[in-house]
Design a protein around this ligand. Structure first.
Ligand SMILES: [Zn+2]
Length: 121
């Protein structure tokens, strides 16, 4: 059962596009993100943690994307951490459901306007 999709180069970049198109522009200066400024830190079964750097104001945003039964949800927060910092902080622990929930709650409490901003679609 199931159709096994070939994991060619084309498919991989297509999947990346689908995720990064959710993150369209900088929350700080509204410049459209350069795809090169979006880095996937971790990806695991429907959950992606991404770091986006704005080419104009150099502001960095941490975005968590999760596939839920009702669709794709995204939460983000402005960060001063670099991709390297986050990888060091995270260590080897994979993203868990608790992390997703905690992150979501944090954003809702701290930056509700930003949450609203990026989930506009
Ligand atoms: Zn910006």
């Amino acid at each position: 059962m199931g159709v096994k999709k070939p994991l060619g180069k084309g498919n991989k970049s297509k999947a990346q596009d689908k995720e990064t198109q959710i993150i369209r522009q900088c929350a700080l200066c509204e410049t459209e993100y350069d795809q090169k400024g979006i880095k996937t830190i971790e990806k695991k079964e429907g959950v992606s943690l991404m770091h986006c750097t704005c080419k104009t104001c150099h502001g960095a945003v941490l975005v968590l994307l999760a596939s839920t039964p009702v669709g794709m949800t995204s939460v983000g927060m402005i960060t001063d951490l670099t991709v390297k910092d986050i990888k060091q902080l995270k260590g080897k622990d994979p993203i868990t459901e608790d992390d997703v929930l905690a992150f979501h709650q944090f954003v809702q409490q701290k930056q509700p306007s930003f949450l609203k901003y990026i989930s506009d679609s």
